[in-house]
Design a protein. Structure first.
Length: 73
């Protein structure tokens, strides 16, 4: 019969280690993230964070930044 792990922190640690040993660290984290509902409103946050500019203006700004990076600035 399996022994009950009483400590929540030990259970989390051993459980993640079992996942990581089986799936690898990256896939274990990806697996766990599927069960995290997150918080907030993605649509509202995205609208607040992203600029309200036409695609052409954004493309021009990206090109400007890339050129600066190539010049070392």
């Amino acid at each position: 019969m399996e022994q009950l792990i009483a400590s929540h922190s030990e259970l989390r640690e051993r459980g993640f280690r079992a996942l990581a040993d089986t799936l690898g660290w990256v896939n274990a984290v990806r697996f766990l993230r599927q069960y995290d509902p997150g918080s907030g409103n993605y649509t509202e946050e995205r609208a607040a964070l992203l600029p309200d500019e036409p695609l052409e203006a954004l493309a021009t700004e990206i090109e400007r930044i890339q050129e600066l990076a190539r010049q070392g600035g």
